[in-house]
Design a protein around this ligand. Sequence first.
Ligand code: IMP
Ligand code: MG
Length: 184
Amino acid sequence: MVDYIYYLKEVLIAEKDLQARIAELGAAISHDYADSTNLLLICILRGGVMFLTDLMRHITVPHAIDFMAVSSYGVGGRESQGAVRIKMDLMTDIRDRDVLIVEDIVDSGHTLSSVMQLLSTRKPKSLHICTLLDKEERREVEVPVRYRGFSIPNKFVFGYGLDLDELFRNLPFIGVVDLRKYDA
Ligand code: IMP
Ligand code: MG
């Protein structure tokens, strides 16, 4: 089994910087939702898991959590155009709730744009996005990101929830993949 060091070109965001920023995001969310009585954090599996569990430690407003898994349609030229397949749906009825989607990274925006469309049909009281990472220059469809941890350049990254063939989600930092060693 090859170690993560082999694929690591550079550390993009160190653990202490991630944790400091996540504390700030938690404080902002706690402030903005201070009057909410039914906040629900929705984690998009699997990449958002590390972020969710660290973020919720900094949210002082009582809140519930739930999970969903989606996959984008279309490969190559035929992009998803607003369609995602739900692989695992929520267990919670989100009607009239304050819903905050917690995601690892927004890239083209297709995934979250579709998730937003889908969830809004279920009539939540409010619906917003918190993403740890944002590759803004890659955006193809507009996504209303309310909380953003870091804007990052167009580089393939892994660690802290993001995987390389399902491995290395446990790393406590965000690393850039060495594409000479990994066929993305
Ligand atoms: P979007 O629909 O193009 O915004 O894609 C978002 C999804 O692409 C994320 O949830 C990730 O699963 C994946 N993704 C985008 N960029 C990266 C990356 O640099 N590393 C790992 N996964 C990524
Ligand atoms: Mg993801």
